[in-house]
Design a binder for this molecule. Structure first.
Ligand code: PLP
Length: 431
């Protein structure tokens, strides 16, 4: 065990998961690669944790932060006017497609979801909320209440009354073999049934991730949320799209993940990539909801000038370089290459994804059961070959990848080569 790991273990809780048998200390980064304390370089196929959306040491971001620091003015809080905050809010409101949108900044995705839930429950005067099975929305009491992934949920001290919906669980026996249209109809029917039989009063909102991140990049078929929205609209229930992982063009086919479903939500929450490593999150919502009679409060650090400088520079970079189109192009190279390899490697149970958000599900070749041990083995192999990925899913058997949106086509092919080599190794070992 390294000295740093021993010190980490001594003063940090054991539930703080560390990747790899010998965890990596990242000490530097440039472009889409990072370097560890031993000088080994890795192609970062997880963009930090979807945080370094445009890579590392980006001059535009560094210089924007340095310019802000050089002013000597780092007042944080929402009590004074902050120009960069207003400018960023204007851009996000415009990009959101939400009518008369207004924006409130936080420091994290958890806080953003907490704010959206507060707003929705205040606005509707109800503690009843709908969420999706397999979801993950954060670590606060409200966010954990709408999370249904057992790995992250240890008790039932929920401040909200939550009902969980189908939508990302086509593997369940009752849905197998169904067409997209039939599955969507079955899910909408289930929602109507929940509203008719399970809830005890008005429901405030549905919160959902367009592609479930921590849940293993599980995807509802395009159109599912449009079917849900139709039912929600009949009942006046608000729809919150959690875009913490799916925002800013990552899916290639839309700027926000929910737009793949042809839906305009009432609110969207965001965080992770927007600050390219600097802490920034927030909520963009319909103006009439934001301006409602119930104040949600202020934020001391939300919207601070350093994060705003980084976020404005990052968002401008994404737009100026049309990184959504790049995500579509490079993602297609990798996803189609993985699908091709999957055809000859029984250890691969599924390849799924959109743009630069894709996953590989590893299974026991004999039984088809989820294989977390093989996923752990695959992680070690890709690390050895110089590529960082994410692990997760309901059973710990999913490799999740979300490279920076700046990934080049050469890097996409290089990464694909590493992934396929690692899959071949694990497949040989598993036979
Ligand atoms: N929502 C989603 C979809 C996430 O993936 C996460 C974090 O992984 C969160 C919310 C919580 O964000 P944070 O860790 O910034 O609090």
């Amino acid at each position: 065990m390294s000295d740093l790991l021993a010190r980490h273990r001594a003063v940090m809780p054991n539930w703080m998961a560390l990747y790899y048998n010998e965890p990596i200390e990242i000490v530097g980064g440039k472009g889409n690669r990072v370097v560890d304390a031993n000088g080994k370089s890795y192609l970062d196929f997880f963009a930090g944790i979807l945080t370094n959306m445009i890579g590392y040491d980006v001059p535009e971001v560094r210089e924007a932060v340095e310019r802000q620091l050089a002013t000597g003015v780092v007042h944080t809080s929402t009590l004074y006017l902050i120009r960069s905050q207003v400018e960023l809010a204007e851009k996000i409101a415009r990009l959101s497609g939400i009518p008369d949108a207004k924006v409130f900044f936080t420091n994290s995705g958890t806080e953003a979801n907490e704010t959206a839930l507060l707003l929705a429950t205040y606005a509707r005067g109800s503690d009843q909320v709908l969420a999706m099975r397999q979801s993950y929305h954060g670590r606060s009491f409200g966010a954990i209440s709408v999370t249904s992934n057992r790995s992250w949920k240890n008790n039932s001290l929920s401040p909200l009354n939550v009902h969980f919906l189908h939508g990302a669980d086509r593997h369940l026996v009752q849905f197998r073999g169904m067409s997209d249209a039939d599955y969507i109809a079955a899910c909408a029917d289930d929602l109507r049934h929940v509203l008719a039989t399970a809830v005890t009063k008005d429901v405030a909102a549905l919160i959902a991730e367009p592609i479930q991140g921590v849940g293993g990049f599980t995807m509802a078929p395009d159109g599912l949320f449009a079917a849900y929205k139709e039912v929600l609209d009949e009942e006046g229930i608000l729809f919150i799209s959690d875009e913490v992982q799916t925002g800013w063009g990552r899916t290639g086919s839309a700027f926000f993940g929910i737009q793949n479903h042809g839906v305009t939500p009432d609110m969207m929450t965001f965080a992770k990539g927007l600050g390219n490593g600097f802490a920034v999150g927030g909520i963009v919502a319909r103006g009439d909801l934001m301006d409602g009679p119930h104040a949600v409060g202020l934020s001391t650090f939300g919207g601070n000038p350093i994060s705003m400088a980084a976020a404005n520079a990052t968002l401008d970079y994404v737009l100026d370089h049309d990184l959504q189109a790049n995500a579509a192009r490079t993602g297609e190279i990798i996803i189609s290459g993985l699908r091709e390899a999957a055809g000859r490697l029984p250890v691969v149970g599924d390849v799924r994804g959109k743009g630069l958000m894709f996953a590989i599900e590893l299974v026991d070749p004999a039984t088809g059961a989820p294989a977390p041990a093989l996923a752990a083995r695959f992680m070690e192999e890709t690390k050895k070959l110089g590529l960082l990925a994410g692990k997760g899913g309901l059973y710990g058997s999913t490799l999740r990848m979300a490279p920076p949106l700046t990934l080049t086509e050469d890097e996409a092919r290089e990464g694909l080569g590493i992934l396929v080599t690692a899959l071949e190794t694990v497949n040989d070992e598993a036979r």
